[in-house]
Ligand binder design. Structure first.
Ligand code: NAD
Ligand code: SSN
Length: 477
């Protein structure tokens, strides 16, 4: 199957006619070809968005809301087909892809509800006389850049608030997972988004396509999800035209278990926080700090569950953990494990990978006796490896937990809720799971502090990221 770039509600060949292959990370087989978009395609997408913008911004909120609601309904009805596309190009087990479709669709539903909750202010100036009207307007054409790990949800949580606010969007999907983005654009058109409101440029030249958008005065917003390194670069580019920027970046989430925690519940939470999407999640627990009094029990129970994981192809019925996205990702996870072992860590439990497979598989692994300065505790693993460190002193624990440039998610398990909340308050993270291993919900603000990002997605806050405030100072004499 061959796909073009998407603009004006239709696919078009890329300038120059180039294409690239999309592969199944579980087999290495080619599953489709997409257009290799060029800067000319980036400009054409802006033209399409600029033509659509005035009318879209002027539609009644109820009308935009209904487009989003129909997108939710269509996505829900077409779960199986979308899940198949996600599994094919991303490799996650089919059940997880269905879960992602449900999660991704929720952003359409949530923002269809938010779209009609317009708010503002009318006030008398403190000095009297003058009245102020404070209102909002769409920020403008928005460039949306997302990674491959949740190819549907990372886009819907940007597209939905942008469309709710009245902004047209330009999507740049990861080159590993362009098919899901194209399917979303088609779905939104069928849901009633006018031509030019949703545009997609698939490309191997991310830097030049997104760079073209950020250099174009008509693009007033960039919303990026991906690594801190690329986010930093886009922020610098956005500074040139003072483009409004939202950044959802990398993480290094600590998972803390106190001595009074329900260890079985902590292990269930640890499985969710660590192994969802094979560990390829920005909120994935990256390092486990377990109180010495319960460490042996935690490792035994956690290890047993890890050994029971079934690593395999997305479409095999019993698969619980699919392949990593690329062979490069496998090599980088292997290096972190090898370095930790060389520094004194031990592999206590591991699940097998399929024998003789050519896919990008990595065995789910539990590491113990990990030295506190090991690189695996500092760098984002983005894979199915759980390093465990024991603790006894709370002050030292807080220092370790916060000793990172990242601040996205964090998890704490304790039988004493007051202690857990107080601990959460000391944690430098935008999101804290308290006796929970799953923290994402479209209704609540998702985002990080420190070098994990700027701004929030989901909730009311997610809509604000695509709105400008405008204030009218009115003579009232
Ligand atoms: N905070 C969040 O919500 C969140 C969610 C998912 C993933 N992430 C982070 O994403 C990272 C994993 O994804 P990745 O490795 O694909 O990230 P990445 O930064 O390499 O790529 C993300 C996106 O940026 C594009 N890109 C790459 N270089 C670019 C450039 N020079 N200019 C413009 N665009 C460019 C890619 O093609 C892709 O679409 C992890 O660090 C993870 O924590 C964060
Ligand atoms: O990978 C990061 C996003 C995960 C989520 O939204 O739950």
């Amino acid at each position: 199957m061959h796909h073009g770039v998407y603009r004006g509600a239709a696919e078009h060949p890329a300038a120059g006619g180039g294409e690239f292959a999309v592969t199944d990370p579980g087999t290495g087989e080619v599953v489709g070809f997409v257009a290799d978009g060029q800067p000319e395609d980036a400009v054409a997408a802006v033209e399409a968005a600029a033509a659509a913008f005035p009318a879209w911004a002027a539609t009644a909120p109820r009308q935009r809301s209904e487009v989003l609601r129909r997108a939710f309904d269509l996505m829900t009805a077409e779960t199986d087909e979308l899940a198949r596309i996600i599994s094919l190009e991303n490799g996650k087990p089919l059940a997880d892809s269905r879960g992602e479709v449900a999660y991704a669709a929720e952003f359409f539903r949530w923002f269809s509800e938010e779209a009609v909750r317009s708010d503002g202010d009318f006030a008398e100036a403190p000095a009297g006389g003058t009245r102020a009207i404070v209102t909002t307007r769409p920020v403008g054409i928005a460039a949306l850049v997302a990674p491959w790990n949740f190819p549907a949800a990372m886009f819907t949580r940007k597209i939905a608030p942008a469309l709710a606010a009245g902004c047209p969007v330009l999507l740049k999907p990861a080159s590993e997972t362009p098919l899901t983005a194209l399917a979303l654009a088609d779905l939104l058109t069928r849901a009633g988004a006018p031509a030019g409101v949703v545009n997609v440029v698939t490309t191997l030249k991310a830097g030049s396509v997104v760079g073209t958008w950020l250099a174009d005065d008509r693009v007033r917003k960039v919303s990026f999800t991906g690594s801190t390194a690329v986010g930093r670069r886009l922020l610098a580019q956005a500074a040139e035209n003072v483009v409004n920027a939202s950044m959802e970046l990398g993480g290094n989430a600590p998972f803390v278990v106190n001595r009074d925690a329900d260890v079985e519940q902590a292990v269930i939470g640890a499985m969710q926080a660590k192994f969802r999407n094979g560990g390829q999640v920005c909120t994935a627990a990256n390092r486990f700090y377990v109180h010495a009094d319960v460490a042996e029990e935690f490792v035994r129970r956690f290890g047993a569950r890890i050994e029971a994981q079934k690593v395999g192809h997305a479409f095999a019925d019993d698969t619980t953990i699919g392949p990593m996205i690329t062979s490069k990702a496998v090599a980088s996870i292997a290096k972190l494990v090898d370095d930790a072992v060389a520094a004194g860590a031990k592999i206590s439990h591991q699940a097998p990978v399929p024998r003789g497979s050519v896919g990008n598989y990595f065995p789910p692994t539990l590491l113990v006796d990990v030295p506190s300065d090991a690189s695996i505790l500092r760098e984002e693993i983005f894979g199915p490896v759980a390093p465990v460190v024991t603790w006894t002193d709370e002050d030292e624990l807080v220092r370790l937990v916060n000793g990172t440039e990242y601040g996205l998610a964090s998890y704490v398990y304790s039988g004493d809720l007051k202690w857990a909340i107080k601990f959460a308050e000391k944690t430098e993270a935008g999101i804290v799971g308290v006796n929970r291993g799953l923290v994402s919900d479209p209704a609540f603000p998702f985002g990080g502090v420190k070098q994990s990002g700027l701004g929030r997605e989901g909730a009311r806050a997610g809509l604000r990221e695509f709105q400008e405030t405008q204030y009218f100072s009115v003579d009232w004499s």
